[in-house]
Design a protein around this ligand. Structure first.
Ligand code: CA
Length: 682
C-alpha cells in the first residue's frame, strides 16, 4: 500500500471570546462551516454558494460522567490545511487527492470541562468528529447520547430508508439494512418503525421554490443536494443512524426540521452488549460526513467515506478481485449439492470468472446420501473445492455469524462468533485453498457487533481470506480500513427479486437509487444482473401458476453490472443463460470489469432514471437506465470522457452492439420503461 503523503500548512491558533463564531471554508471557498454558541449551546451551520445547506444544528454529547451539551463557550480555535494523496483498489476511484481545511475548536464549560470539535472541509464534503480529552483521573467513559443534529429548511424532500425494529423478521435477524427506500418524501413523514433512518440519508433542498431563482427567466428555484453519512466506525465505537425529524430546540433563526444522531437500540444483538459507546480517554467519535452540491455530481463522486480513515492493519497477502457465480440466488437451497455446484463451477469457467460462491447448508448438504445424512461432509466439500480448482475457479464459502443473536439454523452456524472456533475453521479454509468467506446474519449496530466484524476481518486476513458480509450493517470506510474486506450487502438485494414480484417491478426504480445512495458510500454486494426473465430453474413461465417475472430487459441488466459497484461481483447468472440469454449480453458479461479508476454522474433523478460512467483503465462504461413508466429520450454529452471510439449496447431483450457516431460529442439515447443501455468508450 502506498504511504499517504500528508502536508500540514502553518497552524494558526486564535483565542476567542464567548459567542464569537468560528468559520472554516473549503479550498474553493464555496462550502463554509460556521461554529457558534448560543446560550451555552454549541451549534454549527453549513452554507454552499451562500445558500443554507444545513441550518443551525446542535453539537455536543453526554457521557455517564458529563453533560457536554451546554454551558459552553469557545475557548480556542486552531486551523490547518490537509493535502493528501492515497490509493483505493476496490472502490469507485483508484487515486484520490484530498485537500481540506481543518478547524479544531476547543469548547469549555464554566467549570472548564472540555470538548473538542474537529471539522475538515473539502470542496464538497464536511467531515466532523468530537475529541474527548482526558481530564482528571477518569480513563474511560460511556458515551450515552449525542446532541449532534442536521437541520434542513422547509420544503426539503428526503430519500431515506428506515432503521427496523430489533430482533424481528426472518429468524429474528433484523436490523440488517434491508428496508425499502422512500424517495422524494416530505420531512414530516414518519419513519416506518419509528426508529429513524440508516445512513446514507439524502436531502433535496429546493430554495425559494415558486419564486424566480438564480436561473432567472426559466423561473427555476435554486437547489442543493445534501447527503449525511458516517465513517471510520470500527471496534472502538457503535454505528449510528438518524432519528425521525423533530422540531429544533435551538432558539436561532433558521433552525427548523432537525434529525439527530441516534445510537443502537438496546434490544439489538439479543439485548447483549450496551447501546452506548465505550471509549478510552483521550478518545474520538467516528466521523460524521456531509456531502453538498448543486447537482448530484458530488453525491455520486464523493470520497468522504475514505478521506479521513486509515488502514487498521497491514496485510501480507495479495487479494484478487473479480466475478463469481452462485447457485443459491436462482436455484436456492436445493442447489447446495455436489452436482448443481459443479454446474455453477462450469458456468464460472465458461464465463472466465474467478470465483464460485457456495451458499448456506454446504456443511451438511454437499455429499448428502439418499437417507438424508451426509457421508463425511468435510471430505465432500474438499472434493468439490478440488473440482473447482481443476476448472481454474476459486471458492468462497458461506457462514452464519451467529451466535446467540438470532434463530438461524442454516449451517454452518457457531463458527464465526467465537475466536477459538473461528481461527481453527479459518486454518482449515486456508489449508484447502478457499479464498474467501461470506458471513451472513449479524445482529445490528452495537459496539459489540462492530467488534465482531473487525475480529472476523482480522482473523480472516491472518489466513489470507477475503470477507463479504451479508445481513449486515453499512460499511463505514472499510475499503480503506481493512485490506481483505470485499463487500457488504446492507441493501434489499437481488434475493428479493427472486422472492417477490413487487421487487421485480421495483428493480428499475431501485437501480436509480442505489448508485446515488447506498452504493456511493461503500461497496454493495447486490448479486444481480440476472439474464433470467423468470425467477425459476428453467427460466420459463408456468401455465396455471404465477412465476416472479422481471420486466427489466437483458440490456438493463448489463447496465446494472456497471451501476452497482463491488470489487467482487457474484452475478445472478444461471447455467441456462449460456443457451437462452442473448450472446451479445453474455459476451458483455464475460468482459465486464469489477474494479474502477473513476466515476462520473452524468444525468438522472433518484427514482426516475440514471446515467453514470465508470472508467476501468482507458475504457469508460456509460450505463443508462429508465424507471419511468414512459419512454425516456435523453441527450448525452460524452465529450467529457475524451474517448474516440464508442460502442452502443442497446435493444432491450434483443441487444446489439453497434458503433456509435457522436455529433459534436453528443448523442440522443431513447430508452423504453425498464430498459437500459451501455456505451463502451475508449
Ligand atoms: Ca440478505
Amino acid at each position: 500500500m502506498k504511504a499517504p503523503l500528508i502536508l500540514l500548512a502553518v497552524v494558526a491558533v486564535l483565542p476567542l471570546w464567548a459567542n464569537d463564531a468560528a468559520t472554516v471554508g473549503s479550498p474553493d471557498g464555496r462550502l463554509v462551516v460556521t461554529l457558534d454558541v448560543q446560550d451555552g449551546q454549541p451549534f454549527y451551520c453549513v452554507a454552499y454558494d451562500g445558500l443554507i445547506a444545513v441550518g443551525p444544528s446542535l453539537l455536543g454529547l453526554k457521557t455517564n460522567e458529563q453533560d457536554l451539551t451546554r454551558d459552553f463557550s469557545i475557548k480556542a480555535v486552531e486551523t490547518s490545511r490537509i493535502d493528501e494523496q492515497y490509493s483505493l483498489d476496490r472502490s469507485k476511484l483508484s487515486q484520490v487527492h484530498y485537500v481540506a481545511n481543518r478547524l479544531l475548536a476547543t469548547l469549555a464549560t464554566s467549570r472548564d470541562q472540555q470538548l473538542q470539535v474537529e471539522f475538515r472541509v473539502s470542496d464538497n464534503d464536511v467531515a466532523f468528529r468530537y475529541l474527548l480529552p482526558k481530564q482528571g483521573e477518569t480513563g474511560a467513559v460511556r458515551v450515552t447520547s449525542e446532541a449532534t443534529s442536521f437541520s434542513f429548511p422547509d420544503g426539503t424532500t428526503t430519500f431515506l430508508t428506515p432503521q427496523s425494529d430489533a430482533m424481528i423478521g426472518w429468524k429474528r435477524t433484523k436490523p440488517s439494512y434491508e428496508e425499502l427506500y422512500v424517495w422524494d418524501a416530505p420531512m414530516s413523514q414518519p419513519s416506518q418503525y419509528g426508529h429513524g433512518y440508516t445512513f446514507p440519508c439524502l436531502f433535496h433542498e429546493k430554495i425559494g421554490e415558486g419564486t424566480k431563482g438564480s436561473k432567472g427567466s426559466k423561473g427555476i428555484a435554486d437547489e442543493l443536494w445534501v447527503m449525511v453519512s458516517e465513517t471510520g466506525v470500527d471496534s472502538h465505537y457503535c454505528a449510528s443512524h438518524l432519528s425521525d425529524a423533530q422540531a429544533n430546540t435551538l432558539k436561532v433563526d433558521g433552525a427548523v426540521n432537525t434529525y439527530t444522531i441516534a445510537y443502537p437500540m438496546p434490544e439489538e444483538q439479543n439485548g447483549i452488549g450496551t447501546a452506548d459507546a465505550a471509549i478510552v480517554l483521550p478518545g474520538v467519535t467516528p466521523w460524521r460526513t456531509l456531502t453538498v452540491g448543486r447537482t448530484l455530481h458530488p453525491i455520486v463522486e464523493t470520497t468522504a467515506p475514505w478521506d479521513n480513515v486509515r488502514p487498521v492493519y497491514e496485510t501480507s497477502h495479495q487479494y484478487k478481485y473479480g466475478r463469481g457465480t452462485w447457485s443459491w440466488i436462482l436455484w436456492q437451497d436445493d442447489s447446495i449439492n455436489f452436482d448443481d455446484i459443479c454446474r455453477y463451477v462450469d458456468l464460472a469457467q465458461a464465463m472466465g470468472y474467478e470465483y464460485v460462491l457456495i451458499d448456506n447448508w454446504w456443511d451438511t448438504n454437499i455429499g448428502k446420501v439418499a437417507d438424508g445424512t451426509a457421508k463425511n461432509p468435510t471430505k465432500s466439500i474438499e472434493k468439490l473445492i478440488e473440482y473447482a480448482h481443476s476448472k481454474n475457479v476459486d471458492v468462497f464459502l458461506w457462514y452464519s455469524s451467529s451466535g446467540y443473536w438470532n434463530d438461524i439454523v442454516q449451517g454452518p452456524v457457531n463458527r464465526m462468533d467465537n475466536s477459538v472456533v473461528r481461527k481453527r475453521e479459518m486454518q482449515w479454509l486456508q489449508s484447502v485453498g478457499v479464498k474467501g468467506i461470506k458471513v451472513d446474519f449479524f445482529g445490528g449496530d452495537k459496539q459489540e457487533t462492530m467488534r465482531l466484524y473487525e475480529e472476523i476481518l482480522s482473523d480472516a486476513d491472518d489466513h489470507g481470506l477475503m470477507v463479504i458480509f451479508h445481513g449486515c450493517t453499512l460499511p463505514r470506510g472499510w475499503e480503506r480500513m481493512y485490506p481483505n474486506y470485499v463487500g457488504s450487502e446492507a441493501v434489499l438485494a437481488s434475493e428479493n427479486i427472486v422472492f417477490d414480484q413487487r421487487h421485480c417491478d421495483l428493480e428499475a426504480a431501485h437501480a436509480t437509487l442505489h448508485p446515488v445512495l447506498r452504493n456511493t458510500v461503500g461497496c454493495m454486494e447486490f448479486g444481480g444482473s440476472f439474464q433470467n426473465k423468470y425467477m425459476n430453474r428453467d427460466n420459463k413461465p408456468r401455465e396455471n401458476r404465477h412465476v416472479n417475472t422481471r420486466p427489466c430487459t437483458s440490456t438493463f441488466s448489463l447496465a446494472t453490472a456497471i451501476l452497482y459497484q463491488n470489487p467482487i461481483q457474484n452475478f445472478a447468472l444461471a447455467p441456462n443463460n449460456l443457451e437462452d440469454a442473448p450472446a451479445v449480453s453474455m459476451d458483455f458479461m464475460r468482459e465486464v470489469p469489477t474494479t474502477w479508476d473513476e466515476v462520473r454522474f452524468i444525468d438522472g433523478y433518484p427514482g426516475k432514471y440514471l446515467v453514470m460512467a465508470r472508467r476501468h483503465g482507458d475504457t469508460w462504461y456509460v450505463a443508462a437506465i429508465n424507471a419511468e413508466p414512459q419512454k425516456l429520450v435523453i441527450s448525452l454529452d460524452l465529450s467529457v470522457l475524451s474517448a474516440s471510439s464508442f460502442t452502443l449496447y442497446s435493444g432491450g431483450d434483443n441487444p446489439t452492439a453497434k458503433p456509435l457516431k457522436l455529433k459534436h460529442g453528443k448523442t440522443l439515447l431513447t430508452l423504453a420503461p425498464n430498459d437500459g443501455a451501455v456505451i463502451v468508450a475508449r
